[in-house]
Design a protein around this ligand. Structure first.
Ligand code: PRX
Length: 635
C-alpha cells in the first residue's frame, strides 16, 4: 500500500488513523519518499500552539523549485507543465514544457538577481494570469526571495498598503490585462501605488496588451529584453525548511490585511500530497483550476501542488462569460481537461444561462469536479453534478483557507461517497474539533459548533508578517491549544462536516473574503459620511452581497442620494477594488448599538436579509428606536 496515493475508503481510514496516531512518522515517510532534499530534517515536528510556534522538518534544506521543475526534467522534460489558455479564444494556447518552464524560471531568477534581489527580499507580483506570473512566482522561490502576489483586481491603494506592509523592493507587473472584452491598464495603477512606496527600487514590466504606458527612467524596465539576454540556468538557493516561501494577504475582520506567511518544506509536502489525492491526478491528465494565482487557490493548486507532482496545469487568463457563457466548457473540450476546479459563484452564474452553452461541448474527459471558496448550495451542486459531471464525476467540495495553505476537509473522489453541500471528511493528518460557546470540544455526531483544528499540519501559515501577536490573537487565543478557523460547521450522523459559514465579520462575496472594517473605513472617509456599518445578505450568484448602512453628516443631508451612492462605491473601488462595492446603500439616522457602543450587526444582518420579523430582544440597546426606522426603510 502506498500512503501517497489513496484509492479506497478502507485505505483512507487506515492512513488517516496512522496520520493521527503517529503524525511524525507518517509525514516523515511521505516527505522522504516523494520529494528531493538537499539535507534531511533533524526532527519532523516541533510545536507549541500557545506561542504559537510550529516547525516542520526542522533544519531540512531544500528548494521547492527543484521539486517542481528540475527533478522532472529527465522523465518529463517534454511534458506540458503549464498550459496557457489566453483570454481571447482566437489567440493560440501555449504548451510550456517542463524543460521550457525551467528555462524561463531560471532566466527570470537571473533577472531578479541582476536587479539586486537576494534571498529573503520581498518581491511584489501584480500581474494578470499570463505565463510570466508563474515564471515570477517560481523565480522568486528559485533564489529564495519571498513573493507577495497581489491580485490584479486590487486598487492602487490596496496595492501600496500591501507593498509597504512587507517592504517589497521590487514590483513585477504588466502594461495591461485582458478581462473578457475589457482591457485594464495595470501599469498606471502601479504608478499611482508607487507614489506611496519609496522603498521600491525597480519595476519589471511584462508586455501583454501593448497599450501606451509611462516608464519611469531608472526604475521601470521592460521584462522581455532582460529575459532574452538572461542565462537559462540558475542554481537554486538552498533554503531552510522554515524559511518563508511567500506572503499572501487576506482580509481580517478588523484592521489592515494580514500577510500570511507560508514556509518552504511543509507547504510543499502538504500541497503536493493533497493535490495528488483530492484530484486523483494521473500522469497523462490535464488539470484545470480556474482560480487566479492572486489567491491561495492559485498558489497551491495551479502552481506548487500540480508542479510538484509533474502535472499539466492549465492557466486561464479569461473569464467564464467571454466570448460567451460556454467558455469554460469550450476549454474543457479543447484541452480534454480531466480535473476541473472552480468556485460556487462561477457555477451559479453559469447555471443561470442557457444549457446549450454546456451541451454544445464534449465534456467526456472530465473525471473530477472541484469547488472551493464558499459553501456550495444544493441547487448549484446538483446543476454541476448533472450537467457538467453527467453524474459520473464526483464533486470534491474542498474546505480550506489562505491560512491553511492546503485543502483540509474534502472528499477524495472515487473513495469518499459525497453528499451535496458537505465537505465530508478531514483530509489525512487533519484533526478538526467543534467547539461550544463555553470553549469545550463537542463530542459525538449530529452536532454544530465553531470549527477548530487541534493538531498542526505541514502547510499551516506560521505567522502574520510583522505581527506575530496578531497571529496569536486571531487564531490561537479563542480556544486553548487550538487553531480557530473563524468558520462554523456541523458534523452529521456519519461524521461528515458541513461548513456553515463565517462566524466573524468577514463576508465572502463571490468567493472573495472581505473584512467589514476596511470597507467601513473607506466609506467613512467620504466627506459626507459620519459612520457606517456593512453586513452581508444572501445573493443568488455571489453567495453574499454587501449592504451598507450609512449615517450622513449634516453636509450630506441635502445631497442627491443616488449620487452619494455612486461616490461611495467609487471610493471603495479606488481604495480596495471593485470586488468590495456595495449592492445596497441605505442612509440611516443611526446604527443600533449596545450600551458599550458596539454596533449590533446581528440586527442589521436580519434587516438586510429581509428576515426582520424576529429581531430578538432589542430593549437593551442604547438606541432601540432607530431599529424600526431602519427596518421600515430597508431596501
Ligand atoms: O469561510 C470559509 C470559506 O472561505 C474561507 C477562506 O477564504 P480564503 O482564505 O479566501 O480561501 C479561500 C480558498 C481556499 C473559509 O474560512 N470556504 C472556503 N472553502 C469553502 C468555504 N466555505 C464552505 N465550503 C468550502 N468548500
Amino acid at each position: 500500500m502506498s500512503n501517497y496515493h489513496i484509492k479506497q475508503l478502507e485505505e483512507y481510514f487506515q492512513v488517516y488513523r496512522k496520520s493521527v496516531n503517529n503524525p511524525e512518522s507518517f509525514w516523515e515517510e511521505i516527505a522522504e519518499e516523494h520529494f528531493v532534499w538537499r539535507k534531511k530534517w533533524d526532527q519532523v515536528l516541533e510545536w507549541d500552539f500557545s506561542k504559537p510556534e510550529v516547525k516542520w522538518f526542522k533544519n531540512a534544506k531544500l528548494n521547492i523549485t527543484e521539486n517542481c521543475l528540475d527533478r522532472h526534467l529527465p522523465t518529463r522534460g517534454d511534458k506540458t507543465a503549464l498550459l496557457f489558455e489566453p483570454n481571447n479564444p482566437k489567440e493560440e494556447a501555449q504548451h510550456i514544457s517542463y524543460r521550457k518552464l525551467h528555462e524561463k524560471v531560471c532566466q527570470m531568477a537571473n533577472v531578479l538577481k541582476d536587479h539586486g534581489i537576494k534571498k529573503g527580499d520581498r518581491v511584489c507580483i501584480y500581474l494578470p494570469m499570463i505565463p510570466e506570473l508563474a515564471f515570477a512566482v517560481l523565480a522568486c522561490a528559485r533564489i529564495g526571495a519571498v513573493h507577495s502576489v497581489v491580485f490584479a483586481g486590487f486598487s492602487a491603494t490596496a496595492l501600496s498598503t500591501r507593498i509597504n506592509d512587507c517592504d517589497c523592493k521590487m514590483v513585477i507587473t504588466a502594461d495591461g490585462s485582458y478581462r473578457g472584452a475589457k482591457t485594464l491598464n495595470l501599469k498606471s495603477i502601479v504608478d499611482v501605488a508607487l507614489e506611496d512606496c519609496p522603498e521600491v527600487k525597480s519595476v519589471l514590466v511584462a508586455q501583454r496588451t501593448g497599450e501606451k504606458i509611462d516608464m519611469v527612467e531608472g526604475r521601470d524596465h521592460w521584462l522581455k529584453p532582460l529575459l532574452d539576454k538572461a542565462y537559462s540556468d540558475c542554481t537554486a538557493e538552498v533554503m531552510d525548511a522554515e524559511d518563508p516561501l511567500f506572503i499572501l494577504y487576506t482580509s481580517g475582520s478588523t484592521g489592515k490585511p494580514k500577510g500570511m506567511v507560508h514556509t518552504c518544506a511543509g507547504y510543499m509536502v502538504y500541497t503536493a500530497y493533497t493535490f495528488k489525492n483530492i484530484f486523483q491526478y494521473r500522469e497523462e491528465d490535464v488539470y484545470w483550476c480556474t482560480a487566479d494565482i492572486g489567491w491561495i487557490t492559485g498558489h497551491s493548486y495551479i502552481v506548487y501542488g500540480p508542479l510538484a507532482n509533474g502535472a499539466t496545469t492549465v492557466m486561464f487568463e479569461g473569464v467564464p462569460s467571454y466570448p460567451d457563457y460556454g467558455r469554460f466548457w469550450e476549454v474543457v473540450q479543447k484541452h480534454k481537461v480531466n480535473q476541473f476546479y472552480t468556485a460556487p459563484t462561477a457555477i451559479r452564474a453559469l447555471a443561470k444561462e442557457q444549457l446549450e452553452h454546456v451541451e454544445k461541448y464534449d465534456l467526456s474527459s472530465l473525471k473530477v469536479l472541484g469547488t472551493v471558496g464558499e459553501p456550495i448550495n444544493e441547487e448549484a451542486w446538483h446543476w454541476y453534478n448533472n450537467n457538467i459531471g453527467k453524474k459520473k464525476s464526483p464533486i470534491v467540495d474542498t474546505w480550506w483557507q489562505t491560512e491553511t495553505g492546503g485543502i483540509m476537509i474534502s472528499p477524495i473522489p472515487y473513495v469518499t461517497p459525497t453528499t451535496p453541500t458537505y465537505a465530508t471528511l478531514p483530509f489525512i493528518g487533519i484533526q478538526p474539533a467543534l467547539m461550544d460557546e463555553k470553549s469545550n470540544e463537542i463530542q459525538g455526531n449530529q452536532v454544530e459548533g465553531r470549527l477548530c483544528i487541534k493538531f498542526p499540519w505541514p502547510s499551516m501559515a506560521r505567522t502574520i508578517w510583522g505581527n506575530h501577536e496578531r497571529y496569536r490573537d486571531t487564531y490561537f487565543a479563542a480556544y486553548e491549544n487550538k487553531y480557530f478557523t473563524g468558520d462554523g460547521a456541523l458534523r452529521d450522523a456519519v461524521g461528515y462536516y458541513r461548513i456553515t459559514g463565517r462566524v466573524d465579520d468577514v463576508i465572502i462575496v463571490s468567493g472573495h473574503n472581505l473584512g467589514t472594517a476596511p470597507i467601513e473605513d473607506s466609506i467613512n472617509e467620504h466627506p459626507a459620511v459620519a459612520e457606517s456599518a456593512i453586513v452581508g445578505f444572501p445573493h443568488d450568484i455571489k453567495g453574499n452581497a454587501l449592504y451598507g448602512f450609512v449615517i450622513l453628516k449634516e453636509v450630506g443631508q441635502s445631497r442627491d442620494r443616488d449620487n452619494l451612492r455612486k461616490e461611495i462605491n467609487q471610493q471603495i473601488t479606488e481604495q480596495i477594488g471593485p470586488i468590495a462595492k456595495l449592492d445596497k446603500i441605505q442612509f440611516v439616522p443611526g446604527l443600533p448599538k449596545t450600551r458599550s457602543g458596539k454596533i449590533m450587526r446581528r440586527i442589521l444582518r436580519k434587516i438586510a436579509g429581509k428576515d426582520a420579523k424576529n429581531l430578538g430582544d432589542i430593549s437593551t440597546l442604547l438606541n432601540p428606536e432607530v431599529v424600526k426606522e431602519i427596518k421600515d426603510n430597508a431596501l
